[in-house]
Design a protein around this ligand. Structure first.
Ligand code: OSB
Ligand code: MG
Length: 369
């Protein structure tokens, strides 16, 4: 496939409500989209880097910079190309998995649209829809949290994930468990906010029958997670620590994780994400699809990935209106607690070009050849 050029488009979108995690609160998103153009097709990719490097080292201005300075020139120099070769061409440049993932996704979308194949069929999806969980931020009070969780449950979400941090952990978890009962699938995500010395405190979460605790300790503390796993009965699920299929294999071998959150942006693309899935499946480790507050562009690809056979737990694959009043694609909606896997060519969603233009804050065109 010969690429004519790539558009870097920045959009700004307000969130329907502030979203607070252990690393800070967000009220608005500044998102980088890529549009890969060929003679007979175009493809879209969403970069999940946030405005600031507070989840991982990447941030949206840095992603745009590394793309225009190194990644796009490397792909341009490679000549005609298809998605499976993108990671290899970009490998000399260390890091920047979110920038790389966005580029690979856009190339894949263009390629699949030209071939008339959906993301789901290409990746190996085995179901028409996927169960949807929702990630619930840190709230100003337990009462406000109970109200929010109640709202999501009445919408049909099948699993609740509570963001926790020191000072906001046992009390909100106990309150949600007591209010909504033992049948609720409940899990927590600390985004690295604890130390292994907090093990005895964290073990008190065992009383609440959680499906898992996500990334309690720092990203590079695999040994600490293995130690923590021996000190609490709640399964440990790594997010930030899993940066490749190899690191997933290592974490599993060390006993640092017994469930894995798969995020394509964090591992450098949907093809590596599928390899993480494969490694986990080979080890009998269940996986679920994480999220990064994606618009419909990234969400479409995530939902396709989440339909692979090893994704046996509900993911952070919520409906568009969880974050955005108006999405940039046909919105994903919740039907019986599930979202539908698109079946059209490529991502299989229509882009709302008028809305996209309205919320665009900048466009750059990088011509190839
Ligand atoms: O840790 O899973 C996370 C959002 C931004 C950065 C990190 C995380 C999250 C979420 C929300 O938990 C997932 C989503 O609903 O998209
Ligand atoms: Mg997480």
């Amino acid at each position: 496939m010969k690429i004519t050029g790539v558009e870097l488009r920045r959009i700004g979108l307000p969130l329907v409500a502030p979203f607070e995690t252990s690393f800070g609160a967000q009220t608005h998103r500044d998102i980088l989209l890529l549009r890969v153009v060929t003679a007979d097709s175009e493809g879209w990719g969403e970069c999940v880097a946030m405005s600031e490097p507070v989840y991982s080292p990447e941030y949206v201005d840095g992603a745009a910079d590394v793309l225009r300075r190194f990644l796009l020139p490397a792909v341009a120099a490679a000549g005609p190309i298809t998605a499976p070769l993108i990671a290899e061409v970009l490998a000399p440049y260390h890091g920047h998995p979110m920038a790389k993932a966005a580029l690979e996704a856009a190339v894949l979308d263009a390629q699949l649209k030209a071939a008339g194949v959906s993301f789901g069929d290409y990746l190996g999806a085995v179901k028409p829809s996927v169960p949807a969980g929702v990630s619930v931020g840190i709230m100003p009070s337990v009462d406000v949290l109970l109200e929010a969780v109640g709202g999501y449950l009445s919408e049909g979400y099948v699993r609740i994930k509570l963001k926790i941090k020191p000072g906001w952990d046992l009390e909100p978890v106990r309150a949600v468990r007591e209010r909504f009962g033992d049948d609720l699938i409940l899990q927590v995500d600390a985004n690295t906010a604890y130390e292994v010395g907090d093990a005895r405190h964290l073990a008190q979460l065992d009383a609440f029958n959680l499906a898992l605790i996500e990334q309690p300790l720092p990203e590079d503390d695999l040994r600490g997670h293995a130690e923590l796993a021996r000190m609490m009965s709640t399964p440990i699920c790594l997010d930030e620590s899993i940066t490749s299929a190899r690191s997933a294999a290592d974490a599993i071998a060390m006993g640092a994780t017994s469930v894995v959150n798969v995020k394509p942006g964090r591992v450098g693309g949907y093809l590596e994400a599928r390899r993480v899935h494969d490694v986990c499946a080979a080890n009998g480790v269940p996986v679920w699809c994480g999220g990064m507050l994606e618009t419909g562009i990234g969400r479409a690809a995530n939902v396709a990935l989440a339909a692979l056979p090893g994704f046996t737990l509900p993911g952070d694959t919520s409906a568009s209106n969880r974050y955005y009043a108006r999405d940039v694609t046909t919105p994903f909606v919740l039907e019986g607690g599930h979202v539908t896997v698109p079946t059209g060519p490529g991502l299989g969603v229509d882009i709302d070009r008028d809305w996209l233009d309205e919320i665009t804050t900048g466009v750059e065109w990088v011509a190839f050849s």
